[in-house]
Structures are given as C-alpha cells and as structure tokens.
Write a protein that binds this ligand. Structure first.
Ligand SMILES: [Zn+2]
Ligand SMILES: [Zn+2]
Ligand SMILES: [Zn+2]
Length: 564
C-alpha cells in the first residue's frame, strides 16, 4: 500500500499540486491519510463495496480508458481521489436541503477561479445495479462524490439511489492547467475505483464545448428511483426491459412496417425534435436515398408510426399505457422506445413488457438514446428537429454540436449555423406560445401557468411588458388541448406533483405538474420570506418541511434519510 501512495504523490506533482518537497508536518498528515485509507478499505470489504484496492484498480482502469478513448498528448496521469471514511465525511460535508423535492441534496460550489479561454467537457451516464446497493453504499458514494467534487473542477447533477446512479457532469479547463478532457475522465476513473459495476457503464464523453457549458455547482441528489416513474421494482423489473438496439439496428427497425416508435420523453422535448422522419415525405430523401444501404426505403414500407404519449413528466407514462386507446395502438406491433440518453427507456420498456408483452410483437429500446444515434448518423438519419438536453447546451442541432444555450442573438459567442434556417425546417409544434411565429427555443425559464412545463416563447413576446407579469394566462400546448385552465398555484399538489383534486369551480386542473413550476414556485417564494424568522421549536423541530430558521448545524446531515 505504501508503494501505491508514493505513486500517487508523484502523480500529484505531475498535476502541479505537490511540486515543493513535503515538510515533516505534511509527511505526518500523509501518514495519517494512509492509515485512514487502509482502515477504510477494510471497512469497505465489510460493507460489500466490490472495488479492489485503489492501487491495482486505478492502474487497470487507466489502461482501459487509454485504450478506448484516445485523448492524445494532452493526457495527464490519473491521481485517484481517496475514498474517505463515513465518519470523516459526516464532519466534512453538510447536506443542504433543496426544498420538499430533495430534502437532503448536497451542493458543492467550485472554488477554482474561471479561466478565460477554457473549454468544457461533459460526461453523461447511468448505471443500474442488481442486486440493490445497501443503504451504506449509497451514502458512501454520495460522500465520495462530494470529496471528488472538492478535489476536481466539476459541476452537474448526479442522482444516487439504491438502484444505481444517473448523471450529467461537466468539467472545464482548470486554473492549474489540467484540461477538462482529462478531468472528466479522471472523474470516471474515480468511480471505477469506487465500484466494479462502473466497468459496465456506457460513459458518453462530449468534448470541446464552449466555456459557458459548465455547471457552476455539483449537486448530489439522494433518490428512490433514478427516473421518477412512481413504480416500485416489481411492476417494472429491469430484466424484463426491452431488447437494446444499436443506433444502426434501431435505424433499420424505424423503416419497418407494423411498427410503432414511442417517445418516452416529455411532450415539451418532443415538440422540438423527434423520430418521425421515416414517415415524412420531405425527409424521404434523407432516410431513403442517402442511407440506401442501411435500410429499405422507409416511405415505401410506411415506416414506424411515431407515438407521443404527451407526458408532462415520467409519472404520466403508466397512465398513458393503461388507456384502452394506447393498447389498441400498440397491439400486434413491434414497439420501439427511445429517450435522450437511454435511462428513461429501461423501466418504461420493462413496465410495457410486464403489462402487455404478450400482446405486442417485441419491445426494443435505443441503446445510448438520441445522443448515440446522432453520433452514428451525423446528418440526422430519421431524426427531425433538435435534441433537447438537460445541460447547458439546451438543445443540439444537426449542425450545432455546441447547442443553442446562452443569450438569444449573441452572435459573437455562438456562430449561427452555416445556412440560415428556412421556415420549412421548423416542426409544426415549434412556435411561440403567444404570437405563434416559428420559434424553437426554451428561454427565460418561461413556464405554463397551469402545469409548470417549459413553454416556447419568442424573444419579442418575452420582452413585451404584457408577458412580464402573470396577467396573461400562458399555457403549454397540452393544457390548451386538454382545456386545463386552473393556475397551478391555486391547486394543492402531492409531494410528487400529482393534483389532489381534478377540477375546481374555476375549471379543469392539470393531472400533474412539473416540479419547478406552478404552485411550487410560490411555495419557494413563501419559504424565502419565512427563512429569517426563527422556528419556535428551535433545534427540536422535527417538521421535515419547516419553513422557519433553525440553529445552524442542528438539523443538517444527509444521513437523516432518503426522499424523492
Ligand atoms: Zn412570440
Ligand atoms: Zn401546461
Ligand atoms: Zn422548525
């Protein structure tokens, strides 16, 4: 073990953190750290963490990454982040409640000063584990992630559950000269060091993005489900999930007849881009002629019928599937499912198989999601429109890998695409919710006042005074279609955003609300107002969603529990 630590000390010098000779005091500190690490490893074995010792595993994983991902001469040697003990972590990291939804999320703000010309890298991944991790492993992983985020320049979000992790992580070039390209890969090596299950993980790396694509903070959310479907494992066991298809096989199946392709994303994502090119005449040339060798002419066969379940959030999926119209639509058909990165299809396809596997001719899911498909088909294949993403890129176009994110009309920062967009390139749903002119960006956090989902609003309508206050009832296309008219802030919602009542004297209520909209926004405002008043119960308060202020430190600590 001593050898291993010496190794990491010299590695630290390579990264420029340990250039000067160690003083006696520092030597003592290192010795103490080593001792703690050894103790930690013994503890891990007891806890059932399968990762082998830091030294051997880090060597193996360095080899793996170098083989699969050639990052060239810029490669900086990997210095593992030590896995601290739970006791140390309890002291070091306070959990910060993020409201009712994630009472025990942890936020780490980056201390590294920004670099003017820095580039950003992303890694997107998810990993389900079977059997479930014991609670102690999820707590240790959360703590370890905090440790990593304080050592490396990282931002983003990671959901940690007993069933695995789901993450969108960014890095930028650091002030000490370590590139984002290296940091983001070192982060994945830390995970390999923590647990062997990450050897199976499909890490999607995206490099060379502009500097403003970095998340300023690193958030760790403890959750029950990686994707909140509100299903327990028995209703959608992962081993019943649909057959995983590569981008190429998915592309071929999109051209099949007697096939439906189900969009497992929310309607506001589907509105700006989707897999329906196989049935649209204008893109026939794209799918049929250009990719002649890959697939039979889609238009001639009919191609897979596109189905949008019109969800506001993933909890709507089960309700949609249980409708008799849905069952009729899917009966006897091959069913293809897809989402942004693949994670949402895992449980959705399992639920579908479990409920009507006998009535359909096979259930399939796109491995790696749209993200992987568009890498395999840079001209778009059967995809039309843009890929909505949950990071600072906002939405990715075929000719715009850096994404739309940022200020509208900031042409200095974001080069406009080669050819100016003609009106024909807009999908019919891509229009401003106020003036109806073609528009395809979600900006200014504008949301539907009756259900909270993001709405498309053009820059002109955005800056008009009439839309700045809440006088104008801004609604999403779903609420207009369903004639939902009651404002979300006038309705009581469950913790998971399901309406407590379905209608009021004022009209129809949305079946579900997105967490950052509607009533929750006003709750948040309210909470801010009461934050400065002291709670009458003080440190003894045990109301989990108490608005008032409490003596500092008394109610903190993410070991308190888990919630969604
Ligand atoms: Zn407008
Ligand atoms: Zn709505
Ligand atoms: Zn209280």
């Amino acid at each position: 073990e001593t050898g291993g630590n010496e190794g990491s000390l010299s590695d630290a010098r390579v990264e420029g953190r340990g250039r000067k000779r160690l003083t006696r005091k520092e030597h003592k500190k290192r010795k103490k750290q080593r001792k703690a690490q050894n103790k930690q490893q013994a503890q891990q074995e007891e806890d059932g963490v399968q990762g082998s010792s830091a030294t051997t595993d880090s060597k193996n994983s360095t080899g793996n990454v170098a083989e699969s991902e050639d990052i060239g001469e810029t490669a900086v040697e990997y210095v593992p982040t030590e896995i601290p003990s739970l006791k140390e972590l309890e002291k070091a990291h306070g959990a910060k409640p993020l409201g009712k939804w994630f009472p025990n999320a942890v936020i780490i703000k980056s201390k590294d000063p920004p670099v003017a010309t820095s580039k950003v890298s992303l890694v997107l991944f998810y990993q389900y584990v079977d059997p479930l991790w014991p609670e102690s492993v999820t707590q240790q992983l959360m703590a370890y992630l905090c440790q990593i985020a304080q050592t490396r320049v990282l931002g983003g979000r990671i959901r940690v559950a007993r069933e695995g992790v789901n993450a969108t992580i960014s890095s930028r070039d650091s002030s000490s000269g370590i590139s984002a390209v290296n940091t983001i890969r070192h982060f994945t090596q830390d995970l390999l060091q923590f647990h062997d299950v990450f050897k199976k993980t499909d890490f999607k790396f995206i490099d060379d993005l502009s500097g403003d694509r970095h998340f300023k903070d690193f958030k760790v959310f403890p959750v029950k489900e990686l994707v909140y479907y509100g299903l327990d494992g028995d209703k959608a066991p992962l081993h019943k999930g649909g057959t995983h298809l590569s981008a190429q096989d998915f592309h071929k199946k999109l051209a099949d007849k007697d096939t439906v392709v189900v969009d497992v994303r929310n309607h506001y994502e589907a509105a700006i881009g989707r897999f329906d090119g196989q049935t649209v005449a204008s893109t026939e040339e794209k799918g049929g002629t250009k990719n002649k060798d890959d697939a039979p002419n889609a238009a001639a066969n009919g191609g897979a019928t596109y189905v949008d379940p019109k969800m506001r959030k993933s909890t709507d999926f089960a309700n949609w599937l249980n409708k008799s119209e849905t069952k009729k639509q899917l009966e006897g058909k091959q069913v293809l499912l897809y989402c942004t990165g693949g994670v949402r299809c895992e449980r959705a396809s399992a639920y579908l198989n479990n409920n009507m596997g006998e009535q359909v001719a096979g259930v399939y899911q796109l491995q790696g999601g749209i993200e992987r498909y568009l890498q395999a088909y840079p001209d778009g294949g059967y995809w039309r429109g843009k890929n909505f993403v949950f990071d600072k890129r906002e939405a990715i176009g075929i000719d715009n890998p850096d994404g739309d994110g940022g200020v509208v009309g900031n042409k200095k920062k974001h080069k406009p695409s080669k050819d100016k967009k003609s009106e024909g390139e807009f999908l019919p749903e891509m229009k401003c919710c106020i003036c109806q002119k073609p528009w395809d960006r979600y900006i200014g956090k504008k949301k539907c006042l009756t259900c909270g989902v993001p709405v498309l609003m053009c820059d002109a309508c955005m800056s008009s005074k009439a839309n700045k206050d809440d006088q104008n009832l801004i609604r999403c296309p779903l609420c207009i279609e369903e004639d939902v008219t009651v404002r979300a802030n006038e309705v009581d919602w469950t913790n998971n955003g399901v309406a407590v009542c379905k209608s009021s004297e004022k009209g129809k209520v949305a079946p579900s609300v997105l967490k950052w909209g509607g009533g929750h926004a006003s709750q948040k405002k309210e909470r801010r107002r009461f934050k400065r008043k002291l709670c009458k119960f003080g440190a003894d308060c045990n109301r989990p969603d108490c608005f008032f202020a409490h003596p500092k430190g008394e109610r903190e600590g993410f070991l308190a529990g888990e919630n969604d």
